[in-house]
Design a protein around this ligand. Structure first.
Ligand code: SF4
Length: 777
């Protein structure tokens, strides 16, 4: 019998009414507790048509994002490479402090208009994400600062440079600490420049700050392998993958790379008759969970215990040390059996920033002989280098008066740090506060000086996302506004007498060119680097470091209390791109909600609390958010996305949703998205959510035709019986059979390897200039 899929609770109810069994309609998630009114959606087909239509608001929004026309000069001397109407592509790199991607920038008449993936990159492998696709719109964002600012007012670079330089010199003479707080920097040349800067100003202390750090994994690897690194994962070499609260296809670490790797094991073509299997243990329903073959719902406090149970099950079967573990009901026998069958071809990961959890994960992967096969410690990933201890030290320096100044580059801790209010109060006392933010964000608005950085499409740089894999950032347009690259600001204050593009080229000439043997001329080497956008050096180190076991332990899962699981949305991430309307309007691939964050609750829990969709609840007695009932949410937990509640972001992103960074769990010395115990109470308010859930229904036709691998191997037409029947039937038509002589275009998507990442959605929006319609529409 054909399986019925449901896109919304409303459709589920309809299927359930007409189905012999509930299982047929709903294989996995519980929606116990829903009544008729909760299941009935509010969107109508009319709304859908409105949603797809054009709106005056969108025109205004898009037009406000146009590049300002300054001088229109006809191309009397047209550059050789420019043909009107024919695009040029330049290789570059997207890196926003969290996410990395090697890209090609499509430009038309010298304006960047579209981002594509770079197929020469061994890291991102031609992939992109929704955020990468949408980043082209940030270039034309009217919220960008048009020039340097002093005390909230427009200033000039000359004034700002003189004053900042004088203050830096005074602080150096007074031996007062100046904190340079940056995001994780993956550019070797920028790191070198910071080295020059700190050499000239020894009182400058550089720290890297990640709003969502991964320091626990680094610490665990230091304990087990003597290296504080994040390894390079190879999901493509894994027959069996197990994820614990790691949305590696959506937001965790390197989703572009992992999605590419994952899809390789899911394709059934070119004679491949095996598919990889994915087991996902998680609290919120994530994109990765929705792609899993087997999904298990666990509370944050159960994760360590379930992992230890899995480790012990494997250890018993392989004669390894077993540790005392608290009891937990989750059955791990199936996954353990599958993992043991796939030793050396499996991979277990956890996205939880907890050292104990990462130690258990390392023990399991060691037991399964996965190092050197699906996990490579010799090619460390350079993302997420921030450590919570550095931030704590910086805070204490500021509060104690040891620090006299702070410079913020590509970070916004007043918005996304756990102790935002303390930091806000503390930095106000500092005599020198400088931000390089391109917009007046929450941190920049507290600074004396804002030296707006160029957009990445106007900049030069390099990147090394993982050891020996390099890519290059090169400008595809001159700076639209009177902005200046962060690195050029540092060079100016160093009186270096050179631009950053020269500094970058010199660094490659002196330090990288001699390491390669392919080119004898630097000019040819440098041209190739810029043309391809990537360059890799061979990794000589082959043997993986030896494993040193650590004692494994897990705390007892909580019996009481409502556990919070914060998460990143694919669209909004940590909120850096909150002013990007394409991302705000992008339906979340799991909840299909746009424009807001909300509290996800399981249907049974919501019923028990007397809560309906869109009811407003209070978290910890103060934070008000609407409820979204989410099948797949673990009982006794709630999920809320970070990245919302920006108060200084621009017209689009300001005051959309609520800021929940302050609810992160810091109980174990690390910043963790999971596990804070919160209270929840109902209010009498409601708040409308904009969901696209019932849109795009197929008017009764099946959405998906499917079969299982075994049937497909026997008969490649399996699952397509309806079509076979149709071909055999006599189909009468009043009209003559149409003849198609010209080229016909179609689009096909391999649903085995499609993860639902929504990259294509934003790509289509960019390519076809689809209007943004706003939440109301
Ligand atoms: S087809 Fe699927 S995997 Fe590909 S971009 Fe679209 S949603 Fe992502």
């Amino acid at each position: 019998m054909e399986k019925k899929y449901w896109q919304s609770l409303e459709i589920y109810k309809e299927i359930k009414k007409n189905s012999a069994s509930e299982k047929e309609a709903m294989p996995e998630f519980s929606i116990d507790g829903l009544d008729e009114s909760e299941i009935k959606g509010k969107s109508s087909r009319r709304d859908f048509l409105k949603m797809m239509g054009f709106s005056v608001g969108a025109v205004a929004l898009v037009s406000s994002c146009q590049m300002p026309v300054r001088k229109a000069i006809p191309l009397l001397n047209r550059p050789q490479e420019l043909t009107p109407g024919v695009p040029n592509y330049y290789a570059s790199t997207f890196y926003d402090g969290d996410e990395y991607c090697s890209i090609l920038v499509k430009t038309r008449e010298s304006r960047p208009i579209k981002i594509e993936g770079n197929d020469l990159s061994p890291v991102s492998q031609r992939g992109t994400t929704a955020r990468v696709q949408a980043s082209v719109l940030d270039l034309y964002d009217d919220a960008r600062l048009k020039g340097p600012m002093k005390n909230g007012k427009q200033s000039s670079w000359k004034t700002i440079d003189q004053e900042i330089k004088a203050r830096l010199d005074t602080l150096k003479t007074d031996d007062k600490e100046v904190i340079l707080m940056t995001s994780t920097l993956i550019s070797p040349t920028t790191r070198k420049l910071i080295g020059d800067f700190t050499a000239a100003y020894p009182n400058v202390k550089w720290i890297q700050y990640d709003s969502l750090p991964m320091s626990a994994m680094r610490k665990a690897n230091e304990t087990n392998f003597g290296r504080a690194v994040i390894p390079y994962y190879h999901f493509e070499n894994a027959d069996v993958m197990v994820g614990f609260n790691a949305d590696f296809l959506g937001t965790w670490l390197m989703p572009v790379t992992f999605s590419k790797q994952f899809s390789k094991g899911r394709k059934i073509k070119d004679g491949q008759t095996k598919m990889s299997r994915l087991y996902q243990f998680e609290t919120n329903l994530s994109l990765t969970g929705s792609n899993a073959d087997y999904r298990y719902q666990i509370k944050p406090s159960e994760e360590a215990a379930v992992l230890l149970k899995l480790y012990n099950t494997l250890a018993r079967k392989t004669g390894n040390t077993v540790y005392t573990a608290p009891s937990v009901k989750t059955d791990v026998n199936r996954v353990a059996k599958d993992l043991l069958k796939s030793k050396g071809k499996s991979l277990v990961v956890s996205g939880t920033n907890d050292v104990q959890i990462q130690l258990i994960v390392n023990a399991i992967n060691t037991l399964l002989d996965n190092y050197g096969k699906t996990i490579d410690l010799n090619t460390p990933v350079n993302l997420k280098q921030g450590a919570e201890s550095d931030m704590m030290q910086a805070m204490s320096s500021i509060q104690s008066g040891k620090a006299g100044g702070i410079l913020f580059y590509n970070v916004n801790p007043v918005y996304d740090c756990v102790h935002q209010d303390n930091l806000k109060k503390a930095i106000q006392k500092l005599p020198l506060k400088v931000s390089f933010s391109p917009v007046m964000d929450e941190t920049a608005s507290l600074c004396d000086y804002v030296c707006p950085d160029n957009n990445y499409l106007e900049s030069w740089d390099d990147a090394e996302p993982a050891k020996n894999f390099f890519s290059f950032v090169q400008p595809t347009i001159r700076p639209i506004f009177d902005t200046r690259q962060f690195q050029d600001s540092l060079l100016t204050w160093l009186n270096a007498g050179q631009s950053y593009s020269d500094y970058l080229e010199n660094n490659w000439k002196e330090n990288f060119f001699p390491k390669q043997k392919e080119f004898t001329s630097f000019d040819k080497f440098w041209f190739k680097c810029k043309q391809d956008g990537v360059y890799s050096f061979a990794n000589e180190e082959k043997a993986q470091p030896a494993y040193k076991p650590a004692r494994l332990k897990a705390a007892k899962p909580r019996k009481n209390g409502l556990e919070l699981a914060l998460y990143e949305k694919i669209s909004m991430g940590t909120g850096k791109h909150a002013n990007n309307p394409w991302l705000q309007e992008m339906p979340d691939p799991v909840s299909t909600a746009t424009w807001d964050n909300y509290v996800t609750l399981s249907p049974a829990f919501a019923k028990a609390q007397g809560l309906k969709q869109e009811d407003v609840v209070k978290i910890n007695g103060k934070l008000e958010l609407p409820v979204l009932i989410q099948p797949g949410q673990t009982e006794g937990t709630l999920g809320i996305a970070v990245g919302y509640g920006r108060t200084e972001a621009g017209k689009v992103g300001k005051n959309v949703g609520k800021n929940v960074f302050g609810l992160m769990n810091t109980a174990f010395g690390t910043k963790n998205l999971l596990g804070t115990v919160v209270t929840l109470e109902k209010t009498s308010k409601t708040y409308p959510l904009a969901l696209t859930q019932t849109h795009h229904v197929m008017e009764g036709r099946p959405i998906v035709r499917e079969t299982v691998l075994g049937e497909f191997v026997k008969n490649p037409a399996a699952g397509n019986e309806e079509h076979e029947k149709f071909l055999k039937s006599e189909n009468f038509s009043l009209y003559p059979e149409p003849k198609f002589d010209a080229i016909q275009w179609g689009i096909s998507i391999d649903l085995n390897s499609c993860t639902g990442c929504s990259n294509c959605l934003i790509s289509c929006q960019a390519e076809n200039n689809v209007a943004v319609v706003g939440k109301e529409q």
